[in-house]
Unconditional design. Structure first.
Length: 310
């Protein structure tokens, strides 16, 4: 089996710089496992790595589609596998980096996350959402699939509807389906690192990151996207940072309210990410609390990576 390294963890935990050092150390290239950085023109709100920050390390699956285009786990899996094979063909090691856990799971275990054709159930659930709102739909999910309800935020209406639809179609929770799929054997010889930190430190970094996004021009970025014809009907605009600022521009929130909600929901998102990763098998948890600096964390990861070749 061929080697694959994964570096994941909650948002704002500090994966980007560490991933560059890791890729440099093992002759690697980075594949982004982020559901938002694929979109062109959505840079500030996604905390997208800048070309000058890549330090010569090639990155895949960044800036590859228009915000109007469809993007889902099935498309990610296809594009990521193409990138993996391309990296192997040049004698390098793929390093999968990002915080979207079900994307990582799909590639790592060759999980079937393919979308079924739109059903009457999906249309009915969509109408329920339009009539009753996201919260009511999420409460319905709690009743039939509490595991998914804990992981999926109620504002992620598309995934809530997908989980409810799956339950009605198959009679089992989609979380159970995903659990069974995750028991499959991986085609890779992998090391799956999950970076974490004390919760208060992650939350502090989230608040600082949002402040920096605003200073960097997040409002203008969203305004530009809106002027190009994008609104909340597009999946891309449902991303954290975009839907809150959109509602500010639309007069639904003051800027202070939008920023408060963005920080709060990003903290909740980080908590759900950690919940997901702790349930995954064969992960190597690395807490920043146990190491003085990134150099020591890198040494630990390289030690575990070298086990592949022993």
């Amino acid at each position: 089996m061929k080697p694959l390294l994964i570096l994941s963890g909650p948002t704002a935990v500090g994966k980007t710089e560490l991933s560059i050092s890791l890729a440099k150390s093992i002759n690697g290239e980075i594949i982004s496992a982020d559901s938002m950085q694929v979109y062109r023109g959505m840079d500030i709100g996604t905390a997208k790595i800048k070309p000058e920050e890549m330090q010569g390390i090639r990155h895949h699956l960044i800036d590859i589609i228009d915000p109007r285009d469809e993007w889902n786990v099935s498309l990610f899996k296809k594009h990521a596998m193409d990138a993996v094979n391309d990296i192997y063909s040049r004698g390098k090691v793929p390093v999968l980096v990002g915080g979207t856990g079900f994307y990582i799971q799909a590639l790592l275990y060759n999980v079937d996350f393919s979308e079924e054709k739109e059903s009457d159930i999906r249309l009915r659930l969509t109408k329920e959402y339009e009539l009753n709102g996201a919260h009511a739909l999420h409460e319905k999910l709690k009743q039939c699939d509490p595991v998914s309800a804990e992981i999926i935020h109620e504002n992620n209406v598309k995934r809530v509807i997908r989980a409810l639809e799956f339950y009605e179609l198959h009679g089992i929770p989609i979380s159970e389906h995903n659990r069974v799929q995750s028991l499959r054997t991986s085609p890779f010889d992998f090391r799956y690192f999950v970076l974490s930190d004390a919760r208060e430190k992650i939350y502090e970094r989230i608040d600082k990151r949002v402040d920096k996004m605003l200073e960097a021009g997040l409002v203008d970025e969203v305004k530009s996207l809106v002027n190009s014809g994008l609104d909340l009907s597009y999946v891309s605009m449902q991303g954290l940072g975009y839907k809150e600022i959109y509602k500010y521009l639309n007069g639904e929130y003051s800027l202070d309210e939008a920023v408060y909600i963005l920080k709060r929901d990003t903290r909740h998102f980080a908590k759900r990410q950690l919940t997901w990763f702790r349930r995954e098998k064969e992960v190597i948890m690395i807490s920043r609390q146990d190491y003085e600096n990134d150099t020591l964390i890198l040494e630990k990861m390289l030690e575990r990576f070298n086990e592949i070749y022993e």
